[in-house]
Design a protein around this ligand. Structure first.
Ligand code: 5GP
Ligand code: ZN
Length: 113
């Protein structure tokens, strides 16, 4: 755990979050500022700064994707959803503990206009 990391502190239970799904290696919780009717963040319980670091650990990456798929099913997103990993300054990444945004619950519109 990195004591200065917001999401490590959520994993540790030091900061409250609305947890919707857990596995041995992941937790998923509702985004505090949702950008869609369903907006859940899926994170590995271990600290990786971004998706590049996560990709270097294939089993951890697979666990995060499997949890994202499970969250989409649990949240009833059968009509479609989006999974986003913001990475680096051009993406606007603000929290440097990798997280998959799972967004859905309404038509999301084209992402690339
Ligand atoms: P990023 O821009 O790093 O990809 O996304 C960070 C996300 O974390 C944002 O969507 C933001 O609303 C969310 N967030 C920031 N602080 C908190 C928090 O304390 N709790 C929860 N549940 N979400 C947070
Ligand atoms: Zn962390």
């Amino acid at each position: 755990m990195e004591t200065s990391c917001l999401f490590c502190r959520i994993v540790a239970g030091e900061i409250p979050a609305t947890v919707v799904h857990r596995t041995e290696t992941t937790i998923a919780f509702r985004d505090i500022d949702p950008k869609a009717p369903t907006h859940v963040l899926v994170i590995p319980t271990s600290h990786y700064a971004d998706v590049i670091a996560l990709a270097a650990e294939p089993s951890a990456a697979a666990d995060v994707l499997a949890a994202a798929a499970a969250v989409a099913e649990q949240e009833g997103l059968g009509d479609g959803f989006r999974v986003i990993f913001n990475t680096g300054p051009h993406s606007g990444q603000e929290v440097f503990h990798v997280h998959a945004h799972v967004l859905g619950g309404a038509p999301l519109g084209p992402m690339l206009a």
